[in-house]
Design a protein around this ligand. Structure first.
Ligand code: BT5
Length: 328
C-alpha cells in the first residue's frame, strides 16, 4: 500500500522531512497522488506538516496498530502468517474459534483495538479499552487433550519474556494465566479449545495486555489489582514491537512445547512467581491453602497442604499469601 510506504519513508528520514517530489519518484506515482495519500493518513489520525521547499514531516503519530507495520517487522514462519486487524470486535477469541472451525491456518492472528465483550475464564469479563493489545492465535497442536493446559503456560512464558525484553519491566507469571508486574495484573491469557475425546481439533490462545491505556479507564474494582506496562515502565510502549516480540516468542516456545516439554516447564518455573510461595487456590467447589511446590506434566499446580498431603490442582484462582498482605 502506498500509504504504508509513505509512512515508512517519512519515519526513516533523518531530518524528518521528505519532499513530495522524492516520495513521488520513489513510489512511481504523481505528486498529486502523494498528496492524496497524505490526506488519507491525516484522516487516520496522523499529523503531517507540509513545509515549502522542505517537504512533508510527521508531527503526530497516532497510537494505532497497522497491519502492514505488524507484518513488516515480523520474522516468524507460522505465528502471524495471517494477520487480521479489527478496530472493534466482540472478542478476538470468539472470532478465532469461529475462523479456526472454518479452516484458518495455524498461526493466524486476530487482533482488535478494542473488544465489546472481552472474555476472561469462567464467564468473567476482560475490560478492553483502546490503547492495549487484544489478540488471539489459532493453534492446531498435535497433542492429547489433557495436555491442553500447557498451551496457557507456553503463552504465559512468551508474554512474560516479551514484556521483559521490550519494556524492561520484571514481568512474572502467576499460575495459571496471569502476568503480573509488581504484584499487579498486566496481562491475562484465555485458552479455548475444540476437541474430540483424545485429540485437539483447534485452540484459540487469547492474550490481553494492558499497555498504554490510562489506568482510570479500568473500573475501580479491576484497577485495584491491575496495572499497565506504560505505568510500570514510566513511558509509552510501542505496541507493534511488543506484539511482534510476543508472536516471535510464541513461535519458538510452541516448538519447544511440542518437542521438549520439560524445557518449556523449566523456563516457566524461571519466570513464575507462584512456586515456592504459600498460596490459596480457590476452585469451583473449594479453596485450598498450602505451599506451591511446582507444576506437573499436565500443567497442574502441585500443592502441599498444611496436613502434609499433596494435591494436583487443574484450575483455580491463586492468591499469594504473604503474612497479612496478599495479592490476587
Ligand atoms: C483472564 O481471565 O485473565 C483471561 C483474559 C484473556 C483476555 C484476552 S483479550 C484477547 C482474547 N479475547 C478475549 O475475549 N479474551 C482474550 P481471568 O483469569 O478469569 O481474569 C478475569 C478477571 O481479571 C476479571 O474478573 C477482572 O477481575 C480482571 N480483569 C478484567 N479486565 C482486566 C484488565 N484489563 N486488566 C487486568 N485485570 C482485568
Amino acid at each position: 500500500m502506498y500509504k504504508d510506504k509513505i509512512l515508512k519513508l517519512l519515519k526513516s528520514s533523518k531530518s524528518g522531512f521528505v519532499s513530495g517530489e522524492e516520495l513521488a519518484m520513489k513510489l512511481g506515482i504523481s505528486r498529486t497522488m502523494v498528496w492524496k495519500h497524505i490526506k488519507a493518513l491525516e484522516r487516520e489520525g496522523f499529523g503531517i506538516e507540509a513545509v515549502p521547499s522542505q517537504g512533508y514531516r510527521i508531527t503526530v503519530l497516532p497510537d494505532l496498530l497497522r497491519q502492514a507495520e505488524i507484518k513488516q517487522g515480523l520474522k516468524t514462519r507460522v505465528m502471524g502468517r495471517e494477520v487480521h486487524l479489527y478496530s472493534e470486535t466482540a472478542s478476538t477469541n470468539s472470532l478465532a474459534m469461529e475462523m479456526a472451525s472454518k479452516g484458518a491456518p495455524e498461526g493466524a492472528a486476530l487482533i482488535a483495538e478494542t473488544q465489546t465483550n472481552g472474555k476472561g475464564r469462567l464467564g468473567r469479563k476482560w475490560i478492553s479499552p483502546k490503547g492495549n493489545l487484544y489478540f488471539s492465535v489459532v493453534l492446531r497442536p498435535n497433542m492429547p487433550t489433557h495436555k491442553a493446559p500447557l498451551i496457557t503456560l507456553m503463552g504465559a512464558v512468551a508474554v512474560a519474556a516479551a514484556i521483559r525484553k521490550t519494556c524492561g519491566v520484571q514481568a512474572a507469571i502467576k499460575w495459571p494465566n496471569d502476568i503480573l508486574v509488581s504484584g499487579k495484573k498486566v496481562s491475562g491469557l484465555l485458552t479455548e479449545m475444540s476437541a474430540e475425546p483424545d485429540r485437539i481439533r483447534h485452540i484459540a490462545l487469547g492474550i490481553g495486555v494492558n499497555v498504554n491505556t490510562a489506568l482510570d479507564e479500568l473500573p475501580l474494582d479491576v484497577r485495584e489489582c491491575a496495572t499497565t506496562l506504560a505505568a510500570a515502565a514510566g513511558k509509552k510502549i510501542d505496541r507493534t514491537m511488543l506484539l511482534q516480540q510476543i508472536l516471535h516468542n510464541l513461535e519458538s516456545w510452541y516448538q519447544v512445547l511440542l518437542t521438549s516439554e520439560s524445557d518449556l516447564l523449566k523456563e516457566w518455573e524461571a519466570l513464575n512467581t507462584t512456586v515456592g510461595r504459600k498460596v490459596a487456590v480457590s476452585g469451583l467447589s473449594e479453596t485450598l491453602e498450602g505451599l506451591a511446590q511446582g507444576i506437573d506434566s499436565e500443567g497442574r499446580l502441585v500443592l502441599r497442604l498444611d496436613d502434609g498431603s499433596v494435591r494436583h490442582v487443574a484450575a483455580g484462582d491463586v492468591t499469594i499469601l504473604k503474612g497479612r498482605q496478599s495479592e490476587k
